[in-house]
Design a protein around this ligand. Structure first.
Ligand code: PLP
Length: 377
């Protein structure tokens, strides 16, 4: 028998208690019982994002949540700046173009994050900019962006909205939506929220809500004005994914019980320990500004990614992620976002050592594991 274990940055593992709640008989979304659940979900989402404003629940994956922000906040021809340092940054360049927005692309080398100077320069060059889109944790490269600092810069230099793809950052990295002056932050259910794919969560500032009133892009199902209006009554405009909302209620209660600062700290610790562990066996890290959600590592010379992946998955039951685009076969990515603890890092480190050793890589078994254990003692 082989136990299957998921170490991918979405979907992420689901706690047993959450799965059991989702397995209960379905209830109707217009009855008071569901109203109570949604009210609690809304409150706990405000806690998660650290905001007093609306965080609306949409039935879609994370990408749909971001699309809702483009179509609800802007008009054709509006200029936005989008930082592109990976697969997701690239998506936020392509998508607004598809809707007729004028996109100024800030190209960032994979593994790096956009800097304050780069943003400042672009805002000076494009004073008409309506919004800047940043990816808080770029899942394809494991690079984290300093959203707090960049938000300050954007606020100081312009009237542009600060819009954040927080899809693998919320619940892993510090996020203080109100205090940092963020206008839009999106996350998805299958990442830090520890439930299956299917829900997006969009936090909105008063400035963002005001922008929705004058925005002219066509929209209907993903009209955030409707979502906010319904939110005010602890309701949703359309039939929500009832079972997923019940699941996220259970997951958010777990997160609330742990406490948001403790959750950020847990992710920082697990990520740091794993980074030290892989380095202890001579592996090299890919990202220069490491994310606490996912750790990309260079596949060492002489090892074939395909052979390594076959062993770690087939023999040890562990699913990790490969590299994307130019880095396919060159890096592998290990996630520690969501429902993970110290022993999970020991487990995945052991599987990495075993699998690399079987691929002929010279490793003193237990060296990385020992480092991870030391770090997490
Ligand atoms: C997963 C992910 C997305 C896309 O979310 P989907 O739920 O797959 O639509 C966007 N941005 C980042 C950073 C992600 O990790």
């Amino acid at each position: 028998m082989i136990k299957k274990r998921l170490f991918t940055p979405g979907p992420t593992p689901i706690p047993e208690s959450v799965m059991l709640r989702m397995a209960e008989p379905i209830i109707h979304h217009r009855n008071p019982e569901f109203g109570e659940i949604l009210t609690r979900v809304h409150e706990n989402l405000q806690y998660l994002f650290q905001t007093k404003g609306p965080v609306v629940v949409l039935t879609s994956s994370g990408t749909g949540g971001v699309e809702a922000t483009f179509t609800s906040l802007f008009s054709p021809g509006d200029t936005i700046i989008a930082a592109n340092g990976g697969k997701f940054g690239e998506r936020w360049v392509k998508m607004p173009k598809a809707f007729g927005l004028n996109v100024v692309e800030l190209k960032v080398e994979w593994g790096k994050a956009p800097t304050a100077d780069q943003i400042r320069e672009l805002l000076k060059k494009h004073p008409e900019t309506k919004a800047v889109y940043l990816v808080h944790s770029e899942t394809s490269t494991g690079a984290a962006t300093d959203v707090k600092t960049l938000s300050e810069v954007i606020r100081k230099e312009s009237g542009a909205l600060v819009c954040v793809d927080g899809i693998t950052a919320v619940g892993a990295h510090e996020m203080r939506f109100d205090d940092w002056g963020i206008d839009v932050c999106v996350t998805g259910s299958q990442k830090g929220l520890m439930i299956p794919p299917g829900l997006a969560f969009v936090a909105l500032s008063q400035r963002a809500i005001a922008a929705m009133e004058t925005a002219k892009l066509p929209r209907f199902y993903f009209d955030l004005r409707k979502a906010v209006k319904a939110w005010e009554k602890n309701d949703t405009p359309w039939t929500p994914a009832v079972s997923l909302v019940i699941g996220v209620d259970a997951a958010l209660q777990m997160l609330r019980q742990e406490g948001i600062e403790k959750i950020w700290e847990r992710h920082r610790k697990l990520a740091t320990a794993l980074r030290m562990g892989v380095q202890a066996i001579g592996l090299k890290l890919f990202s220069e500004t490491p994310s606490y959600a996912v750790t990309p590592v260079w596949v060492p010379e002489g090892v074939e990614w395909k052979a390594f992946n076959k062993i770690i998955k087939g023999k040890h039951g562990i699913t990790i992620a490969g590299g994307q685009d130019d880095y396919t076969g060159k890096i592998f990515r290990v996630s520690h976002l969501g429902y993970y603890d110290a022993l999970d890092m020991v487990t995945v480190m052991a599987a990495i050592e075993w699998s690399l050793a079987e691929c002929g890589y010279k490793v003193e078994l237990g060296k990385g594991v020992g480092t991870v254990m030391q770090q997490l003692m």
